[in-house]
Design a binder for this molecule. Structure first.
Ligand code: AP5
Length: 204
């Protein structure tokens, strides 16, 4: 099972990827998570990535493509993987076609006007779970592992608007790219998390 999750920032890619990876027992490969781990460990890649992520812009293709190429070459990706946040422009999609054969591209569609609220209210845990403040009832710890939740540095309103604009210009054209390749399925992401999950499973 070799799948791409496509969607605007906040569409629910990470939320669904965690569940899908568990159900199908395939690795969840998130370029955003890889960059954030590099930033936390102050690696050279992390230093470069931070300067772009803080502004809501894409990390340069030469850095990003190489990271994914290396990750997909690892043995746990042999039987399948779930790509979240990659590819993000046509160049990355064309490069991916050279080193991996993806079967399905799940496009999670949510009206962009709702996404700013979703992202600025997001609280995340280092275990990978994410929540929205509206449903936390004042709780500050992760229901799954008990660790303290935090807000991502790029989840402020200014950066989110730039991320959405980058998505429209650079990533949205991939919907057409994968439609033409006959690999695209579009899911209504403006439903509760369980229903979105159900719809994705049915589409696969
Ligand atoms: P990345 O980490 O990939 O972030 P993103 O694409 O902006 O996506 P998000 O993680 O913000 O949203 P999501 O769709 O995963 O939503 P989530 O499930 O958390 O990238 C970050 C940065 O890294 C980029 O800006 C770029 O700089 C760089 N980068 C990454 N990949 C790159 C690449 N390939 N090339 C170059 N640069 C790259 O959900 C959001 C919120 O909504 C949560 O609070 C959640 O609880 C809630 N929610 C989820 N589903 C629902 C639902 N159905 N109903 C109600 N609420 C929901």
């Amino acid at each position: 099972m070799k799948i791409i999750l496509l969607g605007a920032p906040g569409a629910g890619k990470g939320t669904q990827a965690t569940r899908l990876a568990e159900k199908y027992q395939i690795p969840h490969v998130s370029t955003g998570d890889i960059f954030r781990a590099n930033i936390k460990n102050a690696t050279p890649i992390g230093v470069v990535a931070k300067s772009y992520i803080d502004k809501g812009q894409l990390v340069p293709d030469e850095v990003t493509v190489e990271i994914v190429k290396q990750r997909l070459a690892e043995s746990d990706c042999e039987k399948g993987f779930l790509l979240d946040g990659f590819p993000r422009n046509t160049f990355q999609a064309e490069e991916l076609d050279k080193f991996a054969s993806v079967e399905k591209v799940v496009n999670i569609n949510v009206d962009t006007t709702k996404l700013v609220k979703r992202i600025t209210g997001r609280r995340v845990c280092q275990c990978g779970e994410s929540y929205h403040v509206d449903f936390l009832n004042g709780k500050t710890d992760c229901a799954k592992c008990g660790k303290t939740l935090y807000q991502r540095a790029d989840d402020n309103e200014v950066t989110v608007k730039e991320r959405l604009s980058v998505y429209e210009k650079q990533t949205a054209p991939l919907i057409d790219y994968y439609e033409k390749a006959g690999k695209l399925v579009t899911i209504n992401g403006d439903q509760n998390i369980d229903k979105v999950f159900e719809d994705i499973i049915s589409s696969l």
